[in-house]
Write a protein that binds this ligand. Structure first.
Ligand SMILES: Cc1ncc(COP(=O)(O)O)c(C=O)c1O
Length: 432
């Protein structure tokens, strides 16, 4: 679901024509829809209402402060994985007790910042990390809460190997057998009270089934731990709900909830969710202009003014993003977003960017309406892991971000300039 829809052959973000918007802010540009982000948050909250979850939006998926503020105003907590993300959460006005902090490489400085802030939970990734956080908390005279990140050894076969995290052989968390030993070793620490279990099995997870499998294992672990006298008060299911990259491929929130919520009821557990992609992904698009058309051997290339430096997912994970012109004749109106659209007159092309890498692709062998230099294309479902993973490779400034709210457009991050690119290098200082 999103509010990027065609009207009379023109693509609109809510009430704003994307052609008009490109005139005003240029390209490439990330465009977010306020209505979409708020509706996703509301639908997710409603679907899971029976277990009253604390929804900790995953900042890593898309961390623009203005979007964080929108979610915080609706009651969201945040999932952070660095001091920088904690800083963003604080600036967005998120209550610190609704912040959970995961990540395998928390530095001492970051741990101190999180302890000072009084975050809700540290999601603990290893024995060594537990000992370090507990020691720092003791030095600071603080008592924090920890959730042990457990690897339930389940995954969704459709999740890319690089974003599967719930298997034994990943760097994240500890396996279930080790979790029991973990609690015996550390479960009675006073500076870091281990009182919750955290899961994050990967992203995107296209079915509720892996959550159910993971939850069964986690609940049985919690029952055992409680049997041994450990007070487990919360479970955090992590993120991973899919976004609508292709029409009809991702389960609705209700489908995830119907499978997950009944399992959670009656255990006297506070529930945390850490969705990122499903909220942000659907809420943003990347608007780009065609620079050149070119052939190479039998291939046709559509060269655009954005690429892997602004949206790395197709190059890194072979991810699918539906790409379509913002202005189309009636016969090319896309009835659904899919790699296999079968309309007469489509032409096969690779959509590529300006970066000096053969891997700089947004789409390979994609059927598209005929396009020409100057046309605008929309890269759909680009709100998550888009701008958040953008770089300045090839000394390319990053695009601006704009928020559409009905008929209003607000610049929420300005376009970078060449001066921004060199700002940290203008002086050279001797290191003492
Ligand atoms: C611990 C943790 N929680 C939540 C998320 C968010 O996942 P998604 O954006 O797919 O919902 C991630 C993503 O990597 C994660 O590592």
């Amino acid at each position: 679901m999103d509010h990027f829809q065609y009207r009379n052959g023109q693509l609109f973000a809510e009430e704003v024509s994307l052609d008009d918007l490109a005139q005003r802010v240029g390209t490439p540009t990330y465009v977010y829809s306020r209505k979409t982000i708020e509706e996703h948050y509301a639908r997710l909250t409603t679907a899971f209402a029976a277990c009253s979850p604390t929804i900790c939006y995953s900042i890593k998926s898309c961390g623009n402060l203005h979007l964080l503020k929108l979610l915080a105003a609706r009651g969201a907590g945040m999932d952070v994985v660095s001091g920088g993300e904690l800083h963003r959460a604080r600036l967005a006005g998120v209550p610190m007790d609704k912040v959970v902090y995961a990540g395998v490489g928390k530095t001492d400085a970051e741990i101190r910042q999180a302890l000072d802030a009084g975050i809700g939970y540290f999601n603990i990734e290893s024995e060594a990390e537990f000992e370090n956080i507990a020691a720092i908390a003791r030095q600071m005279g603080k008592a924090a809460r920890g959730a042990l990140r457990v690897n339930p050894d389940v995954s969704d076969p459709r999740t890319h190997a690089k974003t599967t995290t719930g298997k034994k052989e990943t760097k994240f968390g500890v396996d279930i057998e080790r979790a029991r030993r973990f609690f015996r070793a550390y479960g009675r620490n006073e500076n870091l009270r281990l009182s919750a279990v955290h899961l994050h099995i990967g992203s995107p997870i296209y079915s509720p089934d892996p959550y159910v499998l993971a939850l069964d294992k986690a609940l049985s672990l919690i029952a055992d731990l409680r049997g041994e006298g450990y007070a487990i008060e919360a479970i955090d299911l992590g993120g991973g709900f899919a976004a609508d990259y292709e029409t009809g491929k991702s389960p609705a929130y209700e489908q995830y909830a119907q499978a997950i919520v009944p399992k959670l009821l009656g255990h006297n557990l506070r529930v945390f969710l850490e969705p990122g992609r499903t909220i942000a992904g659907n809420s943003g698009i990347l608007l780009t202009r065609v620079l050149y058309l070119k052939t190479g051997g039998m291939k046709k290339f559509v060269i655009v003014d954005t690429g892997m430096h602004h949206l790395i997912r197709p190059a890194l994970y072979d991810s699918f993003h539906f790409i379509w012109p913002t202005r189309v004749k009636p016969e090319f109106l896309p009835v659904r977003r899919s790699a296999e659209l079968d309309l007469p007159g489509l032409e096969k092309a690779d959509v590529v960017g300006p970066i000096c890498e053969t891997g700089d692709v947004l789409a390979v062998g994609r059927m598209l309406p005929p396009v020409q230099r100057g046309d605008l294309l929309c890269v759909f479902t680009a709100g998550a892991y888009g701008m958040a993973m953008a770089s300045n490779y090839n000394a390319q400034p990053r695009p601006p971000e704009v928020l559409v709210d009905g008929g209003n457009v607000t610049l929420i991050r300005r376009r970078e300039t060449y001066d921004d690119l060199v700002a940290q290098e203008l002086t050279a200082t001797p290191v003492a």
